[in-house]
Design a protein around this ligand. Structure first.
Ligand code: TXA
Ligand code: MG
Length: 308
């Protein structure tokens, strides 16, 4: 089933494939022309580095140096899975991948099709398979919406998590999370018994070290906002509610405390809101105790970015 895609990747073409987080736009991590096509296809600024996707721990040595005991523990615990680790890079890693930084981001995704594809045609660089400025794709049809109906996509339905991986810099201490995801600072700290920092995405230092955080993220045509205490209810607003109920109606999406489902659907709801002509998306804010849940931290981060 993957033959066609493996052939394309080996020829230096780009191919979209599913991971457990979102669909990725894959290209051979050793082929500069293929990597250039990734930036062109997405319209991605060249100063925003890419994650290299591997299919076992051995491949890490091709890209990273100073692979510490902590790194081993984290890979043993969380890989394959939604954790991207940033290492000091080997000199031979292409500058195109790292945008000239002295670090490289690596991840071993969990989806069986991604593992097979990477094992046979990888390692692969893979940003999320959306045009720059659109939400990450959680369905094959999202990729085709952005890149055209004939674009090569390994189709595998909806991705499980729906939000991108946690990005953790372990190239220097204190270890720092640049992007929260399904694996939290607390879970990481429990494994390595060290404090893990999570800097707000607006901090200057994060911007310098993780270029991706400085770009404006997808804001739908509809204006995204936090739901107010006593909202004025409008038919042309889409409501995403995790705990409250307001009224019935097709514009009232109720998650009833199921934050994983909310994460799974968020980007699809953003795309749908525009297709259906909603002018606003009102999202119920999270309380402090809900914020203890890692996926709520990731939701908060993506929603805040969409609000701008
Ligand atoms: O879940 C995911 O991580 C998905 C799937 C496809 O694996 N990929 C993904 O890639 O979200 P992308 O390119 O959309 O986001 C990667 C983020 C960007 O914010 C980028 O700036 C950051 O990781 N990044 C990559 N390499 C880095 C490095 N060496 N130092 C700091 N940040 C880095
Ligand atoms: Mg992305």
């Amino acid at each position: 089933m993957l033959d066609r895609f493996i052939t394309l990747l080996k020829k230096g073409e780009v191919v979209a494939f599913p991971t457990e987080t979102v669909y990725g736009l894959g290209a051979d991590a050793q082929n500069p022309d293929a990597i250039k096509k990734v930036f062109e296809t997405k319209g991605r600024p060249s100063d925003n580095p890419l994650i290299v996707h591997v299919s076992d721990q051995k491949q890490v040595k091709q890209f990273a140096t100073n692979i510490s005991e902590d790194a081993r523990k984290l890979m043993d615990t969380f890989w394959p899975g939604p954790l991207t680790l940033i290492f000091k890079k080997k000199p031979e890693v292409l500058d195109l991948i790292t945008a000239g930084l002295d670090t490289v981001a690596l991840r071993w995704p969990k989806h069986p099709l991604s593992q097979e594809l990477i094992a046979l045609a990888g390692p692969l660089v893979a940003p999320s398979a959306n045009s720059s400025g659109k939400p990450s794709p959680t369905k094959a049809e999202h990729v085709k919406e952005d890149f055209g109906k004939d674009f090569p996509v390994v189709e595998a339905g909806e991705t499980a998590i729906g939000l991108e991986s946690t990005v953790l810099d372990i190239s220097s201490e204190p270890y720092t999370i640049y992007r929260p995801g399904a694996i939290s600072a607390q879970e990481i700290a429990n494994i390595i018994h060290k404090n893990v920092e999570y800097k707000s995405t607006k901090s200057q230092e994060t911007t310098a070290k993780s270029p991706g955080t400085k770009y404006t993220h997808y804001t739908p045509d509809a204006s995204v906002q936090w739901l107010k205490e006593n909202p004025h209810i409008a038919d042309n607003t889409l409501y995403l509610l995790h705990s409250r109920t307001i009224s019935d109606g097709k514009n009232m999406i109720q998650y009833e405390g199921n934050f994983n489902k909310m994460a799974h659907e968020l980007y699809d709801r953003f795309r749908q809101a525009d297709h259906l002509g909603y002018t606003a998306i009102a999202i119920e804010p999270f309380s402090d105790d809900q914020y203890d849940n890692p996926i709520v931290q990731a939701l908060q981060n993506r929603i805040s970015k969409a609000i701008g």
